[in-house]
Design a protein around this ligand. Sequence first.
Ligand code: HEC
Length: 405
Amino acid sequence: MRFLWLLLATGLYVRAEEVTFHRDVEPILQKHCQSCHRPGEIGPMPLMNYAQVRPWAKSIGEAVALRKMPPWFADPAVGHFANDPSLSADELSTVRAWVIGGAREGVKTDAPAPVVRERVRPAPDLVTRMPKPIRIPANQTLDYQYIVLSPAFSEDRWVSAVDILPGDRGVVHHAVLYVREPGSRWLREGDPKSGTTSDILAIYTPGAPLMECPPGMAKKIPAGSDLVLQMHYNSRKTDAKDQTEIRVWYAKETPQSRVLTLQMSQYGLRIPPGARSYRAAVSGSVPRDAVLLSMFPHMHLRGSGFEYQILGKAGRVDTLLRVEHYNFYWQLNYRLATPRLLPAGTQLLFTGYYDNSANNPLNPDPTEEVTWGEQSQEEMMVGFFDVAVPASVDKPSFFIRAPGR
Ligand code: HEC
């Protein structure tokens, strides 16, 4: 027994000694951290080379051990997600061993090739940007900004990928790109600036990759539509300007499936002052067969948790996603590793939880009753989800029950 312990201890020691930045840790940072921790991105400090990383070694060890970094909020016990950026158990122990072993540099020739940020993609089919920059004055709460982009589309377009590129990544909290269908009154003269049922083409959040449909699938922009950007800005201590750009890639051929972004919302929020765990639920049934691709919970500063569930027969509940520590500043999209068929009639239940107490460090005012509203200090409860349906089905026809159901 004693012999075994000695061996184990030596094994650990040797491992800690051997782990070096260039050979072991740098590839992990490239894969999991540098999308945000690079100049011009939202990460507070760049982690691009040994000199930049070394002073942060201890904090890095803690941030990864506590699973604070990279940001990801899905309960690991529920579901598997294609875009889960979390470190594997192996990667985690490598980083820990490196920190414990003195955060050595190792030899430069072991370093991996630097990662080029831009993915190699063909030239986009369409590039458009906000007609003029938007000013984000220092220290102010800005209403959502809506910007109609040109041109309007003269023919139907199938879209396979969209990249939303903020002009100033430090102030763009999120961006949602809508397809305003022909005939829609939204944001036109005489229309109150209310919500919309327009389809969503893409959502930008810091650090997230571009929107890309799986092979054989695409989103549709019907002829006569135009694109509308909803921008949520965070102001800084100094004035800023942003002019976001959109890049669009069209599908090379008509896809088999169309991707629709659907949503269920609970507008009837009435969160009492000081409530620690206010629950808001919404349920509905899927009118036609659809393949679930991804989920995107949206709440504001009081949001603390969110669940997507299927209500099965005999009270069986199947949880698809559980976000336990919802954080308004990280609006994340959870893409299923294996898309899942939702047969017509499937009952979905979405539940949002809110902490309106003083315990919630983000709470702007625990003495206030909070209801639905667009501003961050008001609340929302929206469960967005992307589904794939046959290419001939659009949003209105999706909600007309198939005959015989
Ligand atoms: C999606 C963007 C993103 C990714 C990916 C990411 N970070 Fe961060 N990181 C941030 C931001 C933004 C902050 C500032 C604190 C906050 O907002 O949570 C931060 C904070 C940190 C801090 C704390 C700094 C401090 O002030 O104490 C450390 C350490 C850190 N990150 C390390 C990492 C490591 C290591 C990885 C990869 C394993 C990583 N981050 C991946 C965006 C990111």
